[in-house]
Design a protein around this ligand. Structure first.
Ligand code: ADP
Ligand code: NI
Length: 217
């Protein structure tokens, strides 16, 4: 099978699988991450076939919804790519990107071992900030039954992935525990630049949010 056919088939598979996902990992998230990845990848020396496959498949199965198997997404992607007879090197590379790219807490080191991985991770993280990031955070919070805000519970800077994943908090804290930290974690020039404007928008949102909370605006 040639590369364009593999990409077309993978797109259809992902679309069908994630069409009705309600926690913020729906098909349109994948669509945006793919667009981001293509844009970022333009100025990077990367294998765009690997980048596009990893972007398409990165949320194919979320362990948070699958009994805590943290590699379920990567495993599901491998199975799919094997069924299309994709070469082993590409499958292993896509597997590694999906298995390692998640955010794991403010003080947990995150490291991608290839530039392709960095492009996909930046692309995914761009979709977690800015106006879309705000919308997704409250969608995820609602899905989990979290309150929008509680001024008596301050954010936590997690030092382990377990603490981050188990932390139950209100959605405004998520901005401090993850979203506002992403700007400085971007690895590529294109993503760094886009992240600055999206970050500024979130700061503006929070400023107005606190004013309205106190009835000052
Ligand atoms: P990633 O794909 O980087 O692993 P997640 O799957 O953890 O991200 O999150 C998907 C979306 O939901 C992101 O936009 C993320 O910021 C948001 N999100 C994750 N955890 C929370 C939370 N505790 N409260 C609100 N939003 C969250
Ligand atoms: Ni994602």
């Amino acid at each position: 099978m040639n590369k364009p056919t593999i990409l077309t088939k993978t797109t259809a598979y992902v679309k069908q699988t994630l069409e009705n996902e309600g926690s913020g990992h729906d098909w349109w998230h994948i669509h945006r991450v793919l667009q981001n990845a293509r844009l970022i990848g333009k100025t990077e020396k990367v294998d765009m076939f690997v980048v596009e496959l990893a972007a398409l498949l990165h949320d194919i199965a979320d362990w948070k919804m699958h009994d805590g198997d943290q590699e379920i997404g990567a495993k599901t992607a491998r199975k799919w790519l094997k069924s299309l007879d994709v070469d082993t090197e590409t499958i292993d590379h896509v597997y590694e990107i999906i298995a390692t790219s998640s955010y794991k807490g403010a003080h947990v080191t995150d490291h991608m071992s290839t530039r392709e991985g960095e492009v996909v991770q930046d692309a995914d993280r761009l979709d977690a900030i800015g106006t879309i990031g705000i919308a997704r955070a409250f969608t995820y919070g609602g899905h989990k039954g979290s309150p929008i805000y509680d001024p008596t519970t301050p954010p936590a800077m997690h030092t382990t992935a377990e603490a981050y994943y188990n932390g139950r908090t209100h959605t405004i804290n998520h901005f401090y525990e993850k979203l506002l930290l992403l700007k400085d974690l971007m690895k590529t020039q294109t993503a760094k630049k886009l992240a600055r404007a999206r970050h500024a928008y979130m700061e503006k949102f929070l400023k107005q949010f606190y004013k309205e909370w106190e009835g000052e605006a």
